[in-house]
Design a protein around this ligand. Structure first.
Ligand code: BGC
Length: 367
């Protein structure tokens, strides 16, 4: 199954990558080619590296046949202690190494100043290309100016800057997903339930929203478009609470626990901007004696392995595949295009991989 998921993701990535869409220090390396990236949380441990390994084996054979790609690649991740980005960076590393690149992956530790130092170090080391998951989307201007000044081909991932910001440097591209799509799919998961989320039949869907880091466009759009899907379908909604959980499982658990104590049975839906927070919320739901899909609905985004299990077991209403393997493959493909001399025109610098709605019916396809 894991192989099937990887193959699907990779096939999808190569299809999607061709469709372009305009849209709105001194530290030593944490991870090098010799050492696989460490996983730092229980949630991160859920993240699979097997699919990436399969991909790496395949690409390694291809690279060997082609004589190896070579080249030094610097990868900056906003922080290692993030469940989804752990899956993503492992996939990225495996694919790059499989293609014969020398890869150094840095942990930004959720600190933009630290990441800036890491970028400067990579530039000083004259890496051939950079792949950057910015700590702060608001730092995009500065990051872009820095890599442009150094003339280093750069792929930004996971945190999307504006088209205008990217337009200043033609050797820069963003590979990610359109977060509006994932929000809409979360809303659709609720609309697909027998009572469209209105469990108590009072004519409105009463929900709490557990948001990621609101500085991140993924958090903004998922928050907006999940609810919009409901109102577009003619449902009345009532927001009981909206709080930032910063993509973090423990914060998801705390917010859900407090809200369940405060609003009790009034809560019909818990929207979480990602799965890690949803898994935290599920712990609170279970501790409160509530039962998902009977007296409360719960949705996330990412399709982490742990969340897929909960969807299969009926403990999450659904999730949305945030295709880490597909995005990693797309990022490497875009990086190689840049290394091959391709430049990107303004308005064509965002490359999207599709999200996929995950329900109990298809969850096993992604495990
Ligand atoms: C993922 C989150 C992750 C965040 C990091 C989002 O796309 O859904 O799980 O924490 O990216 O920026």
């Amino acid at each position: 199954m894991r192989l099937a998921r990887k193959v699907t993701a990779m096939a999808m990535a190569s299809m999607m990558v061709v469709s372009m869409a305009a849209c709105g220090g001194g530290d030593s390396a944490e991870t090098t080619t010799a050492a696989p990236a460490e996983t730092t949380t229980a949630a991160a441990a859920d993240a699979t590296t097997e699919a990436a390994k399969d991909a790496a084996e395949e690409t390694a054979k291809e690279a060997e046949a082609a004589g190896g790609a070579g080249g030094n690649i610097g990868v900056c991740i906003y922080k290692f202690d993030d469940a989804f980005m752990t899956t993503y960076r492992n996939a990225l590393q495996e694919i790059l190494e499989g293609k014969g690149y020398t890869v150094t992956v840095m942990d930004g530790k959720n600190d933009q100043a630290e990441q800036n130092n890491q970028i400067n170090n990579f530039i000083a080391q004259e890496v051939d290309a950079l792949i950057i998951n910015p700590v702060m989307t608001s730092a995009a201007d500065q990051i872009i100016a820095t890599v442009k000044d150094a003339d280093i081909p750069t792929v930004l991932i996971n945190r999307e800057p504006t088209a205008e910001q990217m337009s200043t440097y033609e050797k820069l591209v963003y590979v990610g997903c359109d977060a509006r799509q994932s929000g809409t799919m979360q809303g659709e998961l609720i609309l697909d339930t027998p009572n469209k989320g209105d469990i108590n039949g009072d004519g409105k869907v009463s929900y709490i929203m557990i948001q990621g880091d609101p500085e991140n466009v993924d958090a903004q759009y998922r928050t907006e478009f999940s609810v919009k899907a409901l109102t577009d379908a003619g449902m009345q909604v009532e927001e009981l609470d909206l709080q930032r959980g910063d993509w973090d499982r423990n914060k998801g658990q705390e917010i859900a626990q407090n809200d369940l104590a405060k609003f009790g049975n009034d809560i019909e839906v818990i929207f979480c901007n990602n799965d890690d927070m949803a898994i935290g919320a599920l712990q609170a739901i279970q501790a409160a004696g509530r039962k998902v899909n009977e007296d409360i609905y719960l949705v996330g985004v990412d399709a982490l392995d742990a969340a897929l299990n909960e969807v299969v077991n009926g403990n999450m209403t659904g999730t949305v595949l945030n295709d880490a393997n597909g995005q990693a493959a797309g990022a490497v493909e875009a990086m190689e295009a840049l290394l091959g001399g391709k430049t990107y025109a303004s308005g064509e610098q965002s490359i999207y991989v599709d999200y996929v709605k995950v329900t109990p019916e298809n969850a096993a396809d992604f495990q």
